[in-house]
Design a protein around this ligand. Sequence first.
Ligand SMILES: *Cc1c(COP(=O)(O)O)cnc(C)c1O
Length: 339
Amino acid sequence: MIDLRSDTVTQPCKNMRRLMSNAMVGDDVYGDDPTVNELEQYSSVKHGFEASLFVSSGTQANLLAILAHCDRGDEYVCGQNAHNYKYEAGGAAVLGSVQPQPIENLPDGSICLDKVVAAIKPDNFHFARTKMLSLENTIGGKVLSLDYLKEARAITKKYALKLHLDGARVYNAAVALNVDVKEISQHFDSMTVCLSKGLGAPVGSLLMGERDFIEKARRLRKMLGGGMRQAGILAAAGIYVLKNNVDRLAEDHENARYLAQRINELPGFDSTGYEVDTNLVFLDVDSSVDIQAFTEVMFSKGINITPGYQGMRFVTHSGINKEKIDVFIDAAKTYLLVS
Ligand SMILES: *Cc1c(COP(=O)(O)O)cnc(C)c1O
């Protein structure tokens, strides 16, 4: 299968599987798993935080961050397109009684910081208490500039808000900017990283922040049923990908640019309205294409894509290379020109 649906579809490589099967493990709920402890320590040093927590998913990491920073009746400001607002089943509101205050994302993925300031509620019993600003990097494949992060830090300091980064794909941002990940993480009170996206681990995310914050998150993780036992088998994969799979993200970005360019050879497909910063390719498909039929025919030829018209999305990852992109383009051309 040539799978262009997401960078979550990667398969663990042989070296990763070997490390996983040989990992020293213990009961992590007792704090006994040496491999989980190694991953959490390594993460803290690598990302410049006091402490880290290994969790089951990016969704859980974001939820823990919101619940640990905010109490019932508090609110967090985020982008209208933020994953932790739009794509996490409303967890902060459902499970934490924490209200999101979304603000439209600009085309570059940022949120206007003047609008953030304007959205901060006065200290008055009519209002929810504004506690935190949540940014996302990359967002829709876009990289937030380091200057923007600096401004966001200054604003949140001035108004005593916590600053959280949903960094599911923060390594794609760091590689695209050609900077150490700390250049990004230094601005935040807390940050998440997905080990299971482009980095290629089978399961797991990290949440990091100050020690007290992580201890609070550890209690909340247990409450949510997220305490894992011999989780070192999974943590071993996390250590592996942080040490081995960061630099290769540049290949995914190059392949995404190549795919974005070649997709315009297909009648009815147009990626020219979208810039490719990282590993996500967006495009429009016009109504001359029966996208459902197209998707089914591609599937029958071993190519898996998600159907969609406006803002259709392809994602590159370690299972995709230029040859596979060529196979996809050729199959698509053959079908579109004949049908
Ligand atoms: C995928 C993703 C998440 C959630 O990660 P899961 O492990 O799928 O729960 C959170 N934020 C962003 C920006 C993501 O892309």
